[in-house]
Write a protein that binds this ligand. Structure first.
Ligand code: ASP
Length: 339
């Protein structure tokens, strides 16, 4: 039986670094280098490899991901693997999931330990990602799975995966839902399929999303006794400093410090402002608490209720809604699908 054709697209990141003369790790390796380091890949799939960029994921822009999505749409293969840095993987994989609705697997992977270290995880993660993309269960359920992330022998849904540690090997997790599959030995063991109702509703609503440079979206984390002065400055500044929308990392089930609440309500009048849980995801409350900075008051005041998405993912979704030209009502309805 012929092996599945898996196309690897390399963006950069720790997985693609090499040491310079001082020993500091610099971007440098391309897709061919990554493939050459893992001879077992050819036993799993027929491999195609392409270097898209040599950029750290902390420096990627929305425009890079839109161009990548367009490239993936045009690839003739049975599955696609994207290698990149870990820093923004929770955002990039979700954006790819918003932009792609394909019936072939798209698997994103990366590395925490660089190639110069003992027990670097890049080669193992690349092999695992290709195994996932080539796996019959994954291929059968590719559309139901959406874009997935393979790290340290687990597979995660793009809407849920988070980077939960800056340095350790097991830096990725889906705290809300757990992994979709595990990779013991040389097998992919299916564990669950993600609930995709909100993503499917989002795809239907977004339609074809134009590419191009990212729109500035402010991410504003609420914390104890926050006075909201930077937000005041943003509201008062000409053109609101260029910001087109804002995401509030709200406390608990959707609360903000009372002293900043009037400011936030004025911000929501100035630009679409999405409330999202700073606790890292999970459904927000809608109708439990009263008082001026409660979820009931904030919803009535016109803040968009962000639902279960982590603020980083809510920000990606808001940017995508804005570039798709959705009005405030459509955005509010779309975000409600995620609660
Ligand atoms: N800064 C790197 C990046 O995201 C870190 C990594 O790959 O782990 O590209």
């Amino acid at each position: 039986m012929s092996k599945p054709r898996i196309h690897i697209l390399a963006l950069g990141g720790t997985i693609a670094t090499r040491p310079d003369a001082t020993g500091a790790m610099q971007m440098g390796l391309g897709a061919d280098d990554l493939v050459a380091a893992v001879p077992l890949l050819s036993t799993v799939a027929e491999i195609g490899a392409e270097t898209v960029s040599r950029v750290g994921s902390h420096s990627l822009g929305f425009e890079h991901l839109h161009a990548l999505a367009a490239k993936i749409r045009g690839i003739d293969a049975d599955g696609v693997v994207v290698t990149q840095g870990t820093d923004t993987l929770e955002e990039t994989s979700f954006l790819l999931d918003l932009l792609l609705d394909l019936d072939i697997p798209v698997v994103v992977t990366a590395a925490m330990r660089n190639p110069s270290l003992t027990s670097a995880d890049g080669p193992g993660n690349l092999l695992a990602a290709v195994r996932v993309a080539a796996d019959p269960w994954v291929r059968k359920h590719a559309r139901a799975l959406g874009v997935v992330v393979a790290m340290l022998d687990e597979v995660y849904a793009a809407a849920d995966v988070l980077k939960v540690h800056p340095t350790r090997l097991n830096a990725f997790a889906s705290p809300q839902t757990g992994p979709l599959a595990a990779l013991p030995e040389d097998r992919v063991v299916p564990l669950s399929l993600p609930v995709r109702d909100a993503m499917n509703a989002t795809h239907a609503r977004l339609g074809k999303v134009p590419g191009g440079a990212g729109l500035p979206i402010a991410l504003l984390w609420m914390s104890i006794d926050e006075p909201g002065r930077l937000i005041e400055a943003m509201i008062a500044a000409p053109d609101h400093l260029g910001y087109r929308g804002a995401v509030i990392g709200a406390m608990g089930g959707g609360h903000t410090p009372e002293r900043a609440t009037d400011t936030l309500i004025r911000l929501a009048a100035a630009m679409p402002t999405v409330v999202s849980p700073r606790a890292g995801g999970g459904p927000l409350l809608e109708k439990t608490y009263g008082g001026p900075s409660s979820e009931i008051a904030l919803r009535q005041a016109g803040l968009i209720w962000g639902g279960r998405l982590h603020p980083l993912k809510a920000r990606v979704l808001l940017e995508t809604c804005l570039r798709a030209g959705l009005d405030r009502k459509a955005m509010t309805e779309l975000f409600a699908a995620w609660n």
